[in-house]
Design a protein around this ligand. Structure first.
Ligand code: 5GP
Ligand code: ZN
Length: 113
């Protein structure tokens, strides 16, 4: 399958990995939109949020747990951070393997653009 993040999971493209376990992996975003910006993804390919089924509940539940672990590890927990998941074109999704953005190190504003 020609998926950028599957290649990254397989080690075929380099990444700065911050955390991984059997199910998820967290790595720095290549074009950071904040002083801290990393992504957390399931290792198994799921294209969009629309493709999730009840069977994916435990794996998807691990995404914010891993996000919080890494946030603590890199020291942004107490100040705070934002998590974002984009779905399809209007949501701003560009890589079709679901991922949780975690952004921190600056003040976030609401609503997002
Ligand atoms: P999306 O727009 O799909 O929500 O987010 C995709 C994210 O993946 C973007 O923030 C983009 O910078 C990041 N990205 C795209 N290609 C690569 C890559 O090859 N390596 C890493 N680490 N991040 C990437
Ligand atoms: Zn994939």
């Amino acid at each position: 399958m020609d998926c950028l993040f599957c290649k990254l999971v397989n080690g075929d493209i380099p990444a700065t990995i911050l955390y991984q376990d059997d199910d998820v992996i967290a790595f720095e975003d290549i074009m950071p939109q904040a002083p801290s910006h990393f992504l957390v993804i399931p290792k198994r390919h799921i294209s969009t949020l629309n493709d999730l089924t009840d069977e994916d509940a435990s794996i998807v539940g691990k995404l914010p747990i891993a996000a919080a672990k890494v946030a603590k590890q890199i020291g942004i927990s107490d100040d705070g951070y934002r998590v974002v998941m984009n779905c399809n074109q209007m949501g701003g999704q560009t890589v079709y393997h679901i991922h949780m953005h975690v952004l921190g190190g600056r003040q976030m504003t609401w609503p997002p653009g």
